[in-house]
Design a protein around this ligand. Sequence first.
Ligand code: SAH
Length: 355
Amino acid sequence: MTLKQLLIERIGQDGPISIASYMQDCLLHPTLGYYTTRDPLGAGGDFITAPEISQMFGELIGLALAQAWIDQGRPTPFTLAELGPGRGTLMADLLRATRGIKGFHKAARITLIEASPALRKQQAQALSAHAPQWLDNVDQLPDAPLFLIANEFFDALPIRQFLRDGDGWRERRVGVSGDDLIFGLTDSAPNPALAHRLADTSDGDLVEICPAACTTIDIIARRIARCGGAGLILDYGDWRSLGDTLQALERHQPAEVLANPGQADLTAHVDFEPLAATARAAGCGHTRLTTQGVFLERLGITARAQALAGDLKDPELAALIAAHRRLTHPNEMGNLFKTLGLFPADGVPPPGLDR
Ligand code: SAH
């Protein structure tokens, strides 16, 4: 049975489902989900991410986290965590770059939060020299200083969508028509969680919320506020979302969101405003939202590219220059992707970011 058939049957019995429920099944259904059944990354997959573009990305993230660890007096032991580590490339580059930092590896408990069995296997291979530990969920993170990276993790968490209708909201849902999945809307109802959006939206506007993202940030922020640490959240998105950002990607091409459940990557832009608000409410400090391009430049990506260029000749040199441009240029990933840093409210922000 395909996931599409399964969803059509279930919706036929129980009625339409939320976008969040649809996303959850598409991405993480135990046997038919997109992430649970494959490695979607890289040139041969459906999309490519910053750590897969260049080793420079993971190296700079690693050095930034190590500097934050030094700034906080080298707490030992500490949790070195990654959310959704994909192929393990970022963590491998991070660990190589921080080898020379005295005490860092010895104190680090490498912890990977990963839902996909297929990707856990890849991570185990990439990190075989480091004995990482896997967790299903952030609430299993130990009560210890937490230095954490999440790249393109939050965009995979399930969102809900609401259409403004007078002073109420109609939730967008997935229903069935014949042999197809279709979008529909609930009746209009008030929604206290969206009260603050009545001021900046008008009839017909669509807003998105991501409850799972706030729950995740709340847990991380409490750890950092209580035990120390730092978090770097990188993703595409912005401050306060407006409009439909749900998208499907199949073999590097945009696809229909409802056409092939489980066969395409589904993501939504990350709205960083509620994440920052959640961190604040948990007693944790957060930085200003900073574009990826500016963040990587401040961390020294150009100097690192120059060092790597060394005696390189084309085509390797051209590939390095293209990778640097792709990660930082405003027309490529530089502006679309943003960084939010978390740190103890009375401490200093992680390198490259300001409060
Ligand atoms: N960070 C990697 C991979 C990004 S793809 C990179 O930059 O290349 C998203 C990753 O998050 C995958 O590893 C996916 O399996 C994982 N993931 C998605 N939803 C998850 C969830 N709810 N819990 C744990 N891992 C999840």
